[in-house]
Design a protein around this ligand. Structure first.
Ligand code: PLP
Length: 357
């Protein structure tokens, strides 16, 4: 299918941000977006890149009622020589299609996804910021658009991609976060849609996240919904603990999002000879290790931050300081390595980096 490109008139182009230290996250959008439409029987049709605009949706559009709404989160990076890179984009495409399958939404043709993404990023390449740690965030989204009430899969969808220039996550430096273990609320449960980037999961997480913020914590550490015993994720990131010489992260049992960064951390750590386990990790085990002083590192992983060090955990009314509240050696090493691979500053032994210009 041909991707038709309609460029915005030069006088309609937005002013690009001049101060890259004030980009923040998710508030600024570029001049164009990619959009494709799907109808049952016809499949994906009319794919185009157009000036960024509001969508036209019927108030009865099914995404607004029954939540068939999935998305992805990835980034494009500018190298020092103006090379433009994506990081493991095929994993995001595959994950989007896995989310689509679980929510009975149509898969997107991989070729169309790749082409739309690449053409859009290249058209908007001047929006990719230059300073260290900044990037252009990519948000592919699919929504159900059929005008109909009644719970059944929609017969029509939009798939679109929007872009935002984002600041360096650690503009103020790398600082350990305080996390709150929720004993009352859960993010997802085995058998539900926790492994999908589906909008409903984030709506379900807001209440506990607000509670944690009110108490002075940055994120919620989610426990498994069945026994409320095993750690699952932190906020919208995966979680890792280095206990003695073992790097532990919970296994992908259906309630956890299979992070691209999680996978990259596991591969890199193994490459460095670290013993990595994907296994259940209980709060009891964490507390016992804490008492023995064997927790050497704890961090969250995700596209936005790469890795984010955890300095303190609140659980059952008590605060547990991790690694004296300092950034762990492994956290720092992983951050540096992945960042340099993403920006083309280091060898890429795994073939993760995709140069698109
Ligand atoms: C996106 C996300 C992650 C991290 O995935 P990455 O592919 O590493 O960005 C982890 N957990 C949740 C709930 C997420 O939404």
């Amino acid at each position: 299918m041909e991707v038709k490109i309609t460029q915005a008139a030069p006088e309609k182009l937005k002013q690009k941000p001049t101060d890259e230290s004030k980009l923040g996250f998710g508030g600024i959008f570029t001049d164009h977006f990619f959009i494709a439409e799907y109808s049952k029987g016809k499949g994906w049709h009319t794919a185009s890149i157009e000036p960024y605009r509001p969508l036209t949706l019927d108030p009865a559009a099914m995404c607004l009622h029954y939540g068939q709404l999935i998305f992805e989160g990835m980034k494009t990076y500018r190298g020092k020589d103006d090379s433009i890179y994506l990081f493991r984009p095929d994993m995001n495409i595959a994950r989007m299609n896995a989310s689509a399958e679980r929510l009975v939404m149509p898969p997107i043709d991989t070729g169309l996804f790749r082409e739309g993404l690449k053409k859009l990023v290249l058209l908007e390449k001047d929006w990719i910021p230059h300073s260290s740690g900044t990037s252009l965030y990519i948000r592919p989204t699919m929504i159900a658009t059929e005008k109909a009430l009644g719970v059944h899969p929609s017969a029509e969808y939009y798939f679109y991609i929007i872009l935002c220039p984002v600041g360096a996550y650690y503009a103020q430096g790398f600082s350990p976060t305080k996390i709150f273990v929720s004993e009352e609320y859960v993010r997802s449960v085995r058998g539900s849609i926790g492994a999908c980037k589906a909008a409903g999961n984030y709506a379900a997480s807001l209440y506990a996240a607000e509670q944690a913020k009110e108490m002075g914590y940055t994120q919620v550490l989610w426990l498994d919904a069945i026994e409320m015993k095993y750690v699952e994720e932190v906020g919208t990131s995966n979680i890792f603990f280095m206990i003695d010489d073992e790097l532990v992260t919970p296994p992908l049992t259906g309630s956890i999002l299979p992070g691209v960064t999680r996978d990259s951390v596991i591969q890199l750590a193994r490459h460095w000879g670290i013993n990595v386990s994907e296994r259940p990790l209980s709060m009891d085990e964490i507390l016992a290790a804490h008492a023995k002083g064997t927790i050497r590192d704890c961090f969250a992983s995700g596209t936005a931050a790469i890795v984010s060090p955890v300095g303190q955990i609140y659980y059952k009314g008590k605060e547990f300081v991790i690694n004296k509240g300092e950034i762990g050696k492994l956290t720092q090493r992983l951050y540096n390595e992945i960042l340099q691979i993403q920006y083309g500053e280091k060898d890429d032994p795994f073939g993760w980096r995709v140069k698109i210009n």
